[in-house]
Structure formats: C-alpha cells, structure tokens
Design a protein around this ligand. Sequence first.
Ligand SMILES: [Fe+2]
Ligand SMILES: [Fe+2]
Length: 361
Amino acid sequence: MQPELQNCRVVIVNKHIYEGEMLQQIVLQLGVPLDRITLYRKLHRQYVRTINSCDLLILEYSLYRYSQNSNRPFFTLPDNAALLFISADTHDQQVMELLSRDESDCVGYFWHEYEATGRIKQLLIGHILKKSLQGEVEQKTKQLADTLEELTLRLAEAIEGRDLGTGRHAKRISRYAEALGRAYVAQPNPQDREALSLENLPALRRAALLHDIGKLAIADSILKKRGRLTDSEKAIMNSHTTRGANILKGSELADLQAAFQVALTHHEKWDSSGYPQGLQAEGIPLMGRIVAIADVFDALTKRRRYQTNPPIEPRQMILDMRNSKQWSGHFDPYLLDLFAKIEEEVLALFNRGRRHETNSP
Ligand SMILES: [Fe+2]
Ligand SMILES: [Fe+2]
C-alpha cells in the first residue's frame, strides 16, 4: 500500500461496467480508498464538479469525443488533474494532441492489468509530487511576501518614529494610494497602462509606506523643530526626497524601483512647481502622482502635532483639492477626478483609520 496515495481522488468514466470495475480495483490496490474512487458510466454535466476536483481522471476517449461533438459541449478536461485515456486507437491524431498536455497518458482498449497499473501509478505519484511541490512553492512565496510586508511596515514605523507625525501617516496614505491605484487600473483606458496593473498594486502600497524614508537622514533639530523653518532648513527638509531616493536607488527589484520613484517624486506638482526636480505633468511617474494626492489629503485631514490648524473635514478636502485656488496646478487632474469618484471608499478608509487609532494605545 502506498500511503501517499491515500488522499488522492480518482474518477473513472467508462461505459463498460466490467472494465470500469477492473480499473477501480487497480486504483484500490494502489492504496486509494474506495470512498475516494468515483465510477461513472457516462459523461454528464452533473459530474463536472467532481471530475474537476479529482487528482486522476481515467476517461474512455470515445465518451470524451462524443461529448465534444455534441451540439452543446459541456465538458472540458480538468486543468489540475492527471489524465489517462482509454482509446481504441492510441495513435489517433486527436488523442496524440491530448497527450501533449502535461500529466497525460493513454492505454489501448485491450490493456493489460500490469500496463494499466504501471501507468496509473506513475500518473498518480507524479501528480502528488507536483501538488506538494506547488504547495511548497506557494507557501514559500507567501512567506516571502509576508516578510516583505512586515519589514516594510516596520521600516515605515521607524521613519515615523523620527517624525512628529501621528505615527500612522504612512499606513493611511498607503491605503488611499492603493484605493486610487485600483480605481485607475479599473478604468477602461487608463492613460498609462504600462505604469500600473493589478499585480503591482502591492508595490504601490509598499512604496507609499516608504515615501518619506529620506526623513531618516534629516537631523532631529530640523525634523522636530516646532517653529517655522528657515529657508536653508526648508531646503534640507525638502531633500528628504533625494535622500530617500539615494537609499533606494539602483535596485533591480521592481518593488524597490517603485519605492525609489515614489520617494523621489511625491512632492512634484503637475504644473512643475514642485520639488526636487520640478517635473511636469506626465513627466512625473504615475505612482508619484498618486502618492502626492494621498499624501496631501492625509496631511490636511489629520491633525499632526506640529500643525496648529484644525484638520479639514475629508469630504471638504476632496472638494478643495479639485476646486480651490490653493491646490490649483498641484495634482494630476485625471487622478484627482478619480479620487473624487471613489470618495465613499476614501471616506470609509478615513473612518476605519480613525476607529483603529482611537482603539489603539
Ligand atoms: Fe514627503
Ligand atoms: Fe508624507
């Protein structure tokens, strides 16, 4: 008995009762429990779900061809199962094509027990190994992603620990930036399809978390100064963009390249009056334009310790960003419209953040 086959599910579809039962017996002898072997005499749409969740499908080829040639074919071969066809002509062109897929094999109508046993065993063991490898890869990939997420969060907390902010600014703007990024990706014709996709939304979120990483290199005397900054102090403060970019530059990792861009460009303005490079309009990378909106929205809707003005009500802030002279020329108008369109989501995130901050120590 092969203990590793105990958890396999096998479906046999064969119109000949005797042959079906012989195959069932073979699978049983290989160690698959009887209650995990399903025997059908024909292909029926009701069986599709069971077939799609099996590890090995042993299928009489003529039944498959019959279902494919019907007026309303309802059956497609399962993506994640090994396949053993039983065919009168193992050299049939269509059978040969089906055999080109992974994890598939074929026996002729007059198969011998030893031959069928060998092929079924090989297919099942190969499938189990593949599944366990896939599981391991998925687990490691998730572990890596979780590690990256946690390291980024801790780094963001370290950055804010140096600042006089509320300590949660980066987390909040990463949520706003991700929401705006998702809305952008969902547009039928986003201006810059290359720059953002569903897959790199996590990279945008993490880049937003690190947008002020350059503040690690700014002296406390400036970073924590309560009064107005002198011009030279302001220049040093503004250099958190280039200092952040210096920390992140030169990486070949897409996440760090995104973080580099955002650290460098999140204070650029659409009309070129921003810093450090005075970039203009689409010359500012998309992620930088997104984080710029999230950054300002958060800075003015949340009271920070060094600010004396009361925070602005978030709905009003979205209106102001679009209409008031103060913000004219600051932001990408297309993104700003989009930000207004997802106002309800932004407000929900704002309120969620407020609840979370009230409940935490
Ligand atoms: Fe900044
Ligand atoms: Fe910021």
